[in-house]
Design a protein around this ligand. Structure first.
Ligand SMILES: *Cc1c(COP(=O)(O)O)cnc(C)c1O
Ligand SMILES: [Zn+2]
Length: 487
């Protein structure tokens, strides 16, 4: 819609101007640092950072109703920079000029309702929010759109020079980083570090196709992360891991979209999300908290974090009910089909601890729960979902497995409405489905296929060489196989 078609009170706000005063805030020592360089940890104490807008109080001069109206109207505006996560510009990074924003089609992913039979099987109503329908086929594009827009803004400042963006990844961060860097072109080159043999062929293909330098490291993700940190400590590189607080900001858009979907009425909603490095759950909690602070939503939804038993440090941490006795201990991960979340020492853990405290203070002790599921439950849930028309990946299967387990355990009421994060596209993790179908899971996965979910193609062999009769013969074979009734 053309800007002059919008209601008069909306028009001056439709296309926002940078009016924020953003700083990095250290979670450990509280120090404040300017955003004129990309910091990924506190230069003083190496603590984790979160971005803060010191002008956020100015947003509170407008009512929640105003923001709801503005965000809803903005959806009709055809300005590319505001088509993706920056629809919520004022809440994400209101310092980046619109012309520096990179939009590759991220965000506003479909929220697809479970049909009646799936809902019955699971025991409550729910949706999958298909973040696999982002440009690089995972939710990582949300954060990357924010981080690369910021880098694009930074790199234009005098004397910035060429930048090397680098990240360690369980696969999807690399795919996203490489894609967005490729779009930006010459000034930003990207290099990605992947654990050798621990990403799927599809995930490996993505950064290669985008022209990133792909470096494989023996070990698991946690090993790659250490190398990248050492690089960031000693060399001029822009670190794009989820320690990067711009990514967290971008990922908050997931929470904003859920709120918008439900017309900002979130009572009785449960948002289920797999936890790996814990950036996503951090962003989701922070996003909902921010909406509540501005009066955009009233009730906070419940948040359900899900981990595999093979990579469950966050679950273990919250097993201790007394918060003064909780001690975080990294775990050594075991083989997991939820490979993108197979992380034993999540870098965002301090953020999670901080935000869970704030969230539960506002919404009650049971407003955040972390649950664990087996590899078997993850695979079975993924296939169950896909058999009902969804495109959940293994991590999406993990969300569903967690949601089911929480209903069973009475953690979630049967009249709750779930929004389950299908964090990547099914096809990125298709190899696990194949292992399930072929019953070729190595024993450490502890997955035994259920015959009702197995499937395989059936090759037809024509019984004749005659080209004319061949078609009829094959049609006849199919008719017999499917039990077709002749006309
Ligand atoms: C990165 C990733 C996760 C884990 O998210 P965190 O923010 O690291 O907790 C889950 N699923 C997919 C598909 C991912 O790419
Ligand atoms: Zn600090």
């Amino acid at each position: 819609m053309n800007p002059d078609q919008f209601p008069e009170d909306i028009r001056p706000h439709l296309i926002p101007e940078p009016a924020g005063d953003m700083v990095y805030r250290c979670l450990e020592c509280g120090a404040e640092h300017g955003i004129d360089e990309l910091l990924y940890t506190c230069p003083e104490c190496r603590g984790l950072l979160l971005l803060e807008d010191k002008n956020q109080y100015l947003l509170r001069e407008y009512s929640g109703a105003f923001w709801r109206r503005l965000f809803d109207y903005r959806k009709m505006l055809n300005v590319p920079a505001l088509k993706g996560i920056f629809l919520f510009y004022e809440l994400i990074a209101p310092v980046i000029p619109l012309e520096d924003i990179i939009y590759l089609g991220e965000g506003h992913t479909p929220q697809v309702a479970a049909n009646d039979s799936l809902r019955e099987e699971v025991g409550a109503a729910f949706y999958f929010k298909n973040d696999g329908q982002n440009p690089s086929a995972s939710f990582k594009d949300r954060g990357m759109a924010a981080a690369l827009s910021y880098l694009n803004f930074l790199v234009k400042k005098p004397g910035a020079g060429k930048m090397l963006a680098i990240c360690a990844s369980t696969g999807d961060t690399s795919a996203a980083a490489a894609l967005y860097s490729a779009y930006l072109g010459k000034q930003i080159a990207s290099a990605v570090l992947l654990p050798h043999g621990k990403v799927t062929p599809q995930q490996l293909a993505q950064p290669l196709g985008s022209g990133a330098k792909v470096l494989e490291v023996p070990g698991v993700f946690d090993d790659c992360m250490k190398v990248v940190e050492s690089l960031a400590d000693n060399y001029q590189v822009a670190l794009l891991n989820s320690k990067n607080s711009w990514r967290i900001r971008g990922q908050e858009s997931y929470a904003y979209e859920i709120a918008q979907y439900f017309d900002y009425e979130l009572e009785g909603k449960v948002v289920a999300v797999p936890i790996g490095n814990a950036g996503n759950i951090t962003a989701i909690m922070q996003g909902f908290l921010r909406l509540q602070e501005l009066g955009v939503i009233g009730e906070l939804p419940r948040v359900l974090g899900v981990q595999s038993r093979h990579a469950d440090p966050v679950f273990r941490y919250y097993l201790e009910p007394d918060k003064t006795k909780r001690v975080f201990t990294p775990v050594t991960v075991q083989a997991s089909v939820a490979q993108a979340a197979m992380i034993g020492n999540p870098v965002s853990m301090p953020r999670v601890i901080r935000l869970v405290e704030e969230y539960t203070r506002r919404a009650g002790a049971d407003s955040v729960a972390v649950i664990e599921v087996t590899e078997q439950e993850i695979m079975d849930s993924m296939l169950l979902a896909n058999r009902h028309g969804h495109i959940a990946c293994t991590q999406g299967g993990e969300s569903l497995a967690g949601f089911r387990a929480a209903i069973k355990a009475g953690v979630i009421a049967k009249n709750a409405v779930g929004v389950l994060d299908a964090t990547a596209h099914h096809l990125k993790f298709i190899g696990f489905q194949q292992m399930y179908f072929d019953n070729t899971f190595p024993p450490e996965f502890e997955v035994t296929p259920k015959p009702e979910y197995q499937n395989k193609p059936q090759l037809l062999t024509p019984q004749t060489e005659d080209p004319e009769k061949k078609t009829q013969d094959l049609a006849g074979q199919i008719a017999t196989l499917l039990g077709l009734t002749p006309k």
